[in-house]
Design a protein around this ligand. Sequence first.
Ligand code: FAD
Length: 476
Amino acid sequence: MSSQDKQAVQQAIHVVGGGLAGSEAAWQIASAGVPVVLHEMRPVRSTDAHKTDGLAELVCSNSLRSDDSEQNAVGLLHAEMRRLNSLVMRAADGNQVPAGGALAVDRDGFSAAITQALAAHPLIEIVREEIVLPPEEWDSVIVATGPLTSSALAAEVGKLTGEDQLAFFDAIAPIVHRDSINMDVAWFQSRYDKAGPGGSGADYINCPMDRAQYEAFVAALLAGDKTNFQEWEKSTPYFDGCLPIEVMAERGAETLRHGPMKPFGLTNPHDPQTKAYAIVQLRQDNKLGTLYNMVGFQTKLKHGEQTRVFRTIPGLERAEFARLGGLHRNTFLNSPKLLDGTLRLQAMPRLRFAGQITGCEGYVESAAIGLLAGRFAAAERRGETPSLPPRTSAHGALLAYITGDHIGSIDAGPRSYQPMNVNFGLFTPLAQMPSKKPDGTRLRGTEKTIAKRRAICARALADLDQWIGGTRIAAE
Ligand SMILES: Cc1cc2nc3c(=O)[nH]c(=O)nc-3n(C[C@H](O)[C@H](O)[C@H](O)COP(=O)(O)OP(=O)(O)OC[C@H]3O[C@@H](n4cnc5c(N)ncnc54)[C@H](O)[C@@H]3O)c2cc1C
């Protein structure tokens, strides 16, 4: 490395926000030998959910969810992060409390371990201040300010991205794994067979209901347990394009069948003579075609209720949900449109985004995206081309969803890109599905699902190991 290059590496990268993503990003940058300044606004200014001034504070549950890296997508993400020298995982493992198969932590010990490790690192400076607009002389910045980004910074980001590209609350409709939909009952068709831009005329999956089924469904929505807004979330606006379905149902028994469940322009090929009374439509959500979202079904029903009530929809009796619905305060970008493959804002590449503000959901996912953003920024600073994680890994699958795999909707209503947990629907399907056990007998029922998950996890870890070992996948 020339002395000029060495000098360039000495220039700090700035990370804004010391939550799950920002803390992990700062650690990865410093671990790559590059100085970093971490700007955290607490305790100078707090958010509605944080209670301490510790870095990486867990604002709600103390669980990082399943730690099973053989059959669970978030457990796989844990395993990958451990292999990538994650500080968040090291602090979690060091502060674990008993929780069965889940990785739960002592939240104070977890946050203290991360705060201490970052404060003790010679290449990391921690500054307690709110950043409103990163100054121009900061040539490499990671914005990791989370779902409760301060309003002054959010306003500046909104100006850069266009206000309609930055959301302040989510309106999440459930997403279903395509292979769990019963196509003996459901069928592919677009309303009035309209192809639209980029469509085929048969882009939606339709689930028909007769009158009795519809009325029972509306009654179940009205009776179902709903989650309450937190006190500070009560001002979260409902606007007509994204009313929760249960709120629509409260407006009258017929409202849904004149809204998202309207049956017009669709003919059931399984029973062409019978007109459906109402129809639930699902639209492709990712380029792989493995996930379908329930159109207009944003909801505040409790998760258990959603699974129970939505499985009464004909064709969805055995639906497996990759994501359940919700409505929260949440600041997040329309990332697939705004960010490049290494999470840089296309309109201002010196700014990179990480964590929940990119549209991933959850502590672990946010930390994982922080990990990648930190590695990308450090590689750039060292004069290298950032290398993308394999598409088959959990990191690669999540990154691909954020930076381009999601298929945008052209329909009116809430923006179709909504927060997402890591799940198996985001992974490239296996070239060959496992069909036999080691003893040569055929796999049946849930054995097949388990074998498929195991194969995806094994493939992910093998490919990740190769990547860590030096196989480079150049960023676009
Ligand atoms: C009420 C609530 C409950 C949740 N419950 C769960 C749960 O149980 N499980 C789960 O997995 N996920 C949960 N989440 C989601 C979880 O918060 C995120 O997944 C995770 O914390 C996001 O990590 P992050 O680093 O992107 O943001 P955060 O962890 O929120 O970190 C962002 C940091 O940026 C700081 N900051 C904000 N603006 C500025 C600024 N302008 N300048 C400097 N610093 C700034 C904040 O103080 C904060 O420390 C919850 C979220 C909320 C809001």
